[in-house]
Design a protein around this ligand. Sequence first.
Ligand SMILES: Cc1cc2nc3c(=O)[nH]c(=O)nc-3n(C[C@H](O)[C@H](O)[C@H](O)COP(=O)(O)OP(=O)(O)OC[C@H]3O[C@@H](n4cnc5c(N)ncnc54)[C@H](O)[C@@H]3O)c2cc1C
Length: 304
Amino acid sequence: MDFDQIFYDLVDLDLGDILENEPMYKHTTFKVGGPARFFIHVKDTEALQRGVAFCREKNIKHMIVGKGSDLLFSDKEYEGVIFSLCQNFNKVSMNGLEIKAQAGVSMIYLAYAAAKTGLSGFEFMGGIPGTIGGGVYMNAGAYKYCFADVFTSALVLNEKNELMTLTKEQMNFGYRKSILQEHKDWVLIEATFTMNPKDPQEIISVLDKRKEKRMASQPWNFASAGSVFRNPEEKPAWKYIDECGLRGYEIGGAQVSPKHSNFIVNNGYASAKDILELILLVEKTVFDRFKVELKKEVILINWE
Ligand SMILES: Cc1cc2nc3c(=O)[nH]c(=O)nc-3n(C[C@H](O)[C@H](O)[C@H](O)COP(=O)(O)OP(=O)(O)OC[C@H]3O[C@@H](n4cnc5c(N)ncnc54)[C@H](O)[C@@H]3O)c2cc1C
């Protein structure tokens, strides 16, 4: 591929700031990942449409990233375009019990912003370090609540590069599942939520208590992507991992967190390969012992 020509074409398209050979460890909470040939802070929806159309026409690999808090990029170069909405899709509007938030809005920010205005429903988001785009994609959740519980509708760019509105029913939400996972070429631009009125102090107190709980039970001071595996129905993934004696197990700079065994942490010098090897070892060990297939919650990118 003629990446020099592609660079000039991308500049001509006026998409926003374009970074070349941008290390993905700067954009993922695991703090690993090789360089992306192009990393673009897209400036608005029209620019995203132009960028996506260009990549499709030229057959250039491309994807959207939020805060990279669920992603394990490989160490090799991503030979394509990463579109980030974090910098410029940050608008939030509140009208009565309705909140509209663009895809790049931080969940933690939004949870506290809603709380301060007495809007309850985002308490589950308080400790999830992702964006609204990544959150809806994953139907992220905690404390038995998830996006589906407050979601009303979303504005989505579809495979024809047209904007469409999807209702909650059309989102096919399930446990860490949404229709966006079935249509990898769709991009969430904005989501609308319906909240409940509550005393702001009461909501803030719930958020603060949960933050303390997370800090006590999760390795918040190490790079990670949160829970590596989805919880099987029978019992939580961490229990299987513990019962295999893998708590604290290390490969290179990657370690099954001594604090929470469904977290794999980067001890500061892990490669993406270390992390993947450890994930595969955990999967194999649990399968050999219990005949249970742990399913990854973390998403692998650029390993093929
Ligand atoms: C310390 C820690 C704690 C965590 N705790 C929780 C938890 O309690 N509950 C939970 O559910 N998760 C948790 N996570 C995981 C993670 O934060 C969530 O999965 C989150 O929803 C990912 O959001 P993101 O913006 O980082 O998305 P990314 O990781 O950047 O992307 C995830 C996927 O979403 C897609 N995507 C992102 N934006 C868009 C968009 N606008 N349109 C279409 N697709 C898009 C990406 O292409 C990718 O496939 C935790 C992670 C960490 C590091």
